[in-house]
Design a protein around this ligand. Structure first.
Ligand code: RTP
Ligand code: MG
Length: 148
């Protein structure tokens, strides 16, 4: 089954949105296969956002993403990479539709609560930054008989 990397950013943790975000993914029907709370090192942050190195917003992005703990997660399920991006909404919360995580909870592009990998390849690359192979758990959920 497809997997994606989702991360609740430091503002999401500080604003007590962890339970809500996890609840949305659970209720949609995705399966949590790895999770941890961690403070990103500058190296991890630079590797994570390497496509943005050199852009005007990069220094601010780096400072923000390393400013407090994040919740790193791997979620699995049908088309989870693109579905997670839809659930998050557009990058700028003011353009994100109500009903999406950023649309419901964000105000500023630089404080947009959540990250989700933008492709299957990005997801694999990002999962490898944050999790060792033995930190993902493979298990059966009987509810899947009702989902697929
Ligand atoms: P993310 O990677 O964090 O999930 O966000 P995204 O794919 O929706 O957006 P991306 O283009 O990858 O940008 C990464 C993060 O950089 C900040 N940003 N600021 N013009 C700006 O000031 C600007 N553009 C991007 C955002 O916090 C965005 O989430
Ligand atoms: Mg991105």
């Amino acid at each position: 089954m497809e997997q994606t990397y989702v991360m609740i950013k430091p503002d999401g943790v500080q604003r007590n949105l962890v339970g809500d975000v996890i609840g949305r993914f659970e209720k949609k029907g995705y399966k949590l296969v790895a999770i941890k709370l961690l403070l990103l090192t500058e190296e991890q942050a630079k590797e994570h956002y390497r496509e943005h190195v050199g852009k005007p917003f990069f220094p601010g992005l780096l400072g923000y993403i390393t400013s407090g703990p994040v919740v790193a997660m791997v979620w699995a399920g049908k088309d989870v990479v693109s579905a997670a991006r839809k659930m998050m909404g557009k990058t700028n919360p003011l353009e994100a539709e109500p009903g999406t995580i950023r649309g419901d909870y964000g105000l500023d592009i630089g404080r947009n609560v959540i990250h989700g990998a933008d492709s299957v390849e990005s997801a694999q690359r990002e999962i490898a930054i944050y999790f060792k192979e033995d930190e993902s758990t493979s298990y059966e959920k009987t509810i899947e008989e009702w989902q697929y």
